[in-house]
Ligand binder design. Structure first.
Ligand code: MG
Length: 169
C-alpha cells in the first residue's frame, strides 16, 4: 500500500539592512529594516518554495534560480513559488497545507500575519485555512536577536490526487 501524502521542509535566512519596508510573504511590511538578497529577498516565500520542492524531491530554489543568474536579480519571489506549485501539480499532486515560522527581532509581524496568509493562499490557490503562519523573535540573542538577520522555516504537505472513479471503496 502506498501512502499518498508527502511532506517537505524549507529553510531560509537573509541579512537585514537599514531602511524599510521589508518584503515578506508577498507583501511590503512597514519596518526600519529590509531583507538583503539577489532577488526581492522574500525570506518567507523562499522557505515555502523550498518546502514544496522538497515534498516532491525536486531541486531546491538555489539550483532552479541561481543567484549568479542576471535574470534573477531583483526578481519577484512569487515567480519562484509559482514554479514550485506548478511542479507539485505536474507531479499529479495538490498542496494540502503549509505551516511556517518567521524568526525576526523586528519589526513586529503580528499585525500583518493575516494579510500575508491571505496573499500566500492566493498565490498557491489553496484556502487561507490551509496556511499556518506565526512570528517569533530571537529573544535578543544571536544574529536574529540582534536584528542582523531574518529567517523563515516552513513545512508543506502535498497529496496525490486520485482520479474520479478510482477512489478505493
Ligand atoms: Mg532566500
Amino acid at each position: 500500500m502506498s501512502i499518498p501524502f508527502r511532506v517537505g521542509l524549507g529553510f531560509d535566512t537573509h541579512r537585514l539592512g537599514n531602511g524599510g519596508p521589508i518584503r515578506i510573504g508577498g507583501i511590503d511590511v512597514p519596518a526600519e529594516v529590509h531583507s538583503i538578497g539577489h532577488s526581492d529577498a522574500d525570506v518567507l516565500l523562499h522557505a515555502i518554495t523550498d518546502a514544496l520542492l522538497g515534498a516532491i524531491a525536486e531541486p531546491d530554489i538555489g539550483r532552479l534560480f541561481p543567484d549568479t543568474a542576471a535574470e534573477n536579480r531583483g526578481r519577484d519571489s512569487e515567480e519562484f513559488l509559482a514554479e514550485a506549485v506548478r511542479r507539485v501539480r505536474a507531479s499529479g499532486r495538490e498542496v494540502g497545507n503549509i505551516d511556517c515560522v518567521i524568526l525576526a527581532q523586528q519589526p513586529r509581524f503580528a499585525p500583518h500575519i493575516d494579510r500575508m496568509r491571505a496573499r500566500i493562499a492566493e498565490m498557491i490557490d489553496i484556502p487561507v485555512t490551509d496556511v499556518g503562519l506565526k512570528a517569533k523573535t530571537g529573544e535578543g540573542v544571536g544574529a536574529i536577536g540582534h536584528a542582523e538577520a531574518i529567517a523563515a522555516r516552513c513545512v508543506a504537505m502535498v497529496y496525490r490526487v486520485i482520479p474520479e472513479g478510482n477512489a478505493p471503496s
